[in-house]
Design a protein around this ligand. Structure first.
Ligand code: NAD
Ligand code: GLY
Length: 390
């Protein structure tokens, strides 16, 4: 592996995740997949790996990874699954398990997750449970996965009852965030990942939020230096939180800013392509700041600034941005009560005192949330009287 000064010269940022004997590095830069053999090789007890990826990613990035592993004489198989959230299920976990056992991989072998959050969560969970746990490496290829899901060891599959309900904490041995892969990612997906990027500014880093107000467009449009800075800043923030609270007994919950609202919307829309996870989080973060302002813990000017930036980037900030869909506030609140973060039916929200100052609130009244949702939804309706004469 390159030394720190060599890495800096090559334009690669290294962010350590400090977890004792389970510590690992996140490397961030362009072209890392082409160096995967050299970077992964020293971590292998046996030069044998199973790559897990989806068909979209396989088309554009698998050949480079295969070549890099072959050059380092690492034997591999590739397991390609269909793209999309529905792949994060028991049936694909079973198929992946069969494939791993057929390929005679053992506890000293390595799983490599090449793809977005769906692949990282599925492959990571397989690595957590197969043979009572094998090593795995994350090679995230979406912005969302580079700034969030590949770091911190949360792995899971979905159940009919909800998302991520069967899972484990299992840390990767290495994260290779090859920022050049984002060039092939559809713009809508980059924007959805941007929502999880801005989250770090909103929850704990005003300076980063300020930087994003100026450079956010460069990040989404693919400027290499801007992407590397944004991914590295996000990863440093997440690494610090995970090092202090790996299994979410405290401050890790702050990473769920916007998610209580967002998950309720995703459930309502059946986790369809109609609303991507990052888009739901963008709207959720706007609502979380508006709820904070409504409850008097945050100035309205702060919540307006959040809405302005998220909206200027082209992400949804209100129900009017959801294509005329009608939602029932009481139903949304009932989804929130069943969220796995809810405690005995009590709503748990991440609120903020200001941009960069988020906190966990366990005492929010459902009536306050319903009032906010009702008022936000009212903005989507035509003004009274406007239908007169139709
Ligand atoms: P995803 O993995 O479904 O990827 C989005 C789409 O982009 C897919 O169609 C994929 O095939 C395609 N794609 C990926 N990389 C590409 C590339 N470089 N070029 C072209 N196409 C590419 O979705 P996602 O947004 O990355 O992740 C969402 C998932 O992450 C959800 O399941 C969510 O629950 C999970 N998640 C997990 C954590 C965690 O901490 N484990 C955190 C946040 C989200
Ligand atoms: N994405 C939330 C977490 O990793 O805790």
């Amino acid at each position: 592996m390159s030394t720190r000064s060599e890495s800096a010269r090559e334009g690669v940022e290294k962010v350590p995740v400090e977890l004792g004997d389970r510590s690992y590095d996140i490397l961030i830069g362009e072209g890392l997949i082409g160096r995967a053999g050299e970077l992964i090789g020293p971590l292998l007890a046996r030069p044998r790996a199973l790559i897990v990826t989806d068909s979209n990613v396989a088309d554009v990035h698998l050949p480079v990874l295969e070549r890099a592993l072959a050059e380092s004489e690492i034997a591999f198989d590739a397991f390609v699954v269909p793209p999309g959230e529905h792949t994060k299920d028991f049936s694909h976990l079973e198929q992946l398990s069969q494939r791993l056992l057929q390929a005679s991989l053992d506890r000293r072998s390595m799983l490599i997750a090449l793809g977005g959050g769906v692949i990282g969560d599925l492959a990571g969970f397989a690595a957590a449970v197969l043979l009572r746990g094998i090593d795995f490496i994350q090679i995230p290829t979406t912005l969302l996965a580079q700034v969030d899901s590949s770091v911190g060891g949360k792995t899971a599959i979905d159940m009919p009852q909800g998302k991520n309900l069967v899972g484990a904490f299992h840390q990767p041995r290495l994260v290779l965030a090859d920022t050049a892969t984002l060039a092939t990612l559809p713009r809508r997906q980059r924007l959805a990942g941007y929502a999880e990027t801005v989250k770090y500014g909103l929850l704990g880093d005003l300076e980063f939020f300020h930087w994003l107000e100026t450079h956010g467009t460069a990040v989404v449009e693919g400027d290499a230096a801007a992407i590397r800075h944004a991914v590295a800043t996000a990863c440093r923030a997440k690494a610090a939180i995970v090092a202090r609270d790996e299994t979410e007994h405290g401050e890790r919950a702050l990473l769920n800013l916007g998610h209580t609202f967002g998950h309720a919307l995703e459930i309502e829309l059946g986790y369809s392509e109609e609303l991507l996870h990052g888009e739901a989080v963008a709207l959720g973060m706007t609502l979380a700041f508006e709820l904070s302002a409504q409850l008097g813990v945050c100035a309205a000017a702060e919540s307006d600034r959040v809405r302005r930036h998220i909206g200027a980037m082209g992400l949804p900030t209100g129900f009017a941005d959801l294509g005329g869909r009608v939602f029932d506030p009481a139903r949304l609140v009932s989804h929130m009560r069943r969220d796995k973060k809810a405690e005995a039916g009590q709503l748990v929200f991440i609120l903020a005192r200001a941009i960069g100052e988020a906190f966990v609130a366990r005492d929010v009244e459902a009536a306050e949330v319903e009032r906010l949702l009702t008022e936000s939804l009212a903005e989507t309706l035509p003004p009274a009287g406007s239908l007169a004469g139709l």
